[in-house]
Structure formats: structure tokens, C-alpha cells
Design a protein around this ligand. Sequence first.
Ligand code: DC
Length: 194
Amino acid sequence: MKFTVAIDGPAAAGKGTIGRAVAEAFGFAHLDTGVLYRAVGVRGGDPVAAAQSLSAEDLARDDLRTLEAGQAASRVAAIPQVRAALLEFQRRFARREGGAVLDGRDIGTVICPEAEVKLFVTASAPVRAHRRWLELGGDEAQVLAQVRERDARDMGRADAPLRPAPDAVLLDTSDLPVDQAIARVLDLVRSRLA
Ligand code: DC
């Protein structure tokens, strides 16, 4: 069975948490596609060459979750050749047998427009910055500035900008507890599977 759940949205909206819960509930494979761009960003050197030669080791680095890695990822993600190098792997993952959940910025629009479920998960910038700050610490005002900077870059780039697919279900998690957000998405997936 091929069944794809595409989850897009800005940083710290809850995509990863929801994606992991869906994958676990239905036994689907899960790919956090941001990790691919983070691994390219932190490798340094020529980002196109890095994207073309990403290894399992690159994806297992323990410095991929930092704010700096997020910024570096957002910068290399604007390079069309970097996106092109990562496209096929993501497409194959999306249509693998047994079901797949992918979270990112362009899953429902570019990687898998035929996904059976498309979600656009969002929350206000201050709420998302507060979550990132709880997770990573630092100066909250600076974290908010970085979140806004990354949003502007991810939404403003020419190639595969962050935007909801026309048929995506919108989920604003600003005031929605995570367990309720997960419950809603599980109901949606269940209804599409039926
Ligand atoms: O989801 P994340 O914060 O780990 O993503 C890091 C950056 O990678 C994000 O700011 C933009 C880029 N990205 C992308 O362009 N397309 C994706 N599908 C996933 C991430």
C-alpha cells in the first residue's frame, strides 16, 4: 500500500511531533526532511557537492538541531541545485510501500503533490519562538528574530517556497495543546485511510 502524509509548515510549528505520532500510530515510515538540509548546511564547503554526496554519517551528526544549523539549512535550501539533488530520495521515500510521513516545507507542493493527506501546520511566530527557546535556551528575543528571518527566507525563495498546497488542511497550533493537535490529525488520517 502507498499512502503519504505530507506535513508542511514553518519552524517549530509542531510538524515533527505530529509526524512522529502519525508514523507510530499507523506503522508508517517517517522522514524529517529538514535534517537533509541541516546536514548540507553544517557540512560546509560547496553545498551542491554536499547535497549530492550526503551520507548516513552526515545525517547522524549530533549538531543538527542547533539554531545555527537551522539558519545554515535555510540558506542552502534556497539553492535550486541543492533542492534538486535531494528531490529523488524524498520522492522515493514518500511512495515507499507501507506508508510514509514526511515533514518539511514543500512536501505537499513539490515532493508529493499526490499525497493522500496534506497538512499545513502553523502557529504564531512568538509562540514558535517560545517553543524553540524552551528547547534550546539562549536569548528569547534573538530566537524570535531568527524564527522571523528563517520564515521570510523560506517563504520568499523562488524555488519551492514555503506555502500551503491548495488542498492542504490548515492546523494552527498557537492555542492548541499538542495532544489535541495529534488527535485531530489521527482522525483525519483514519478517515482518509478508510
Ligand atoms: O524543519 P527544519 O527547521 O529542520 O528545517 C530547516 C531548514 O531547511 C528550513 O528553514 C528550510 C529548509 N527546508 C526546506 O527548505 N525544505 C524542506 N522540505 C525542509 C526543510
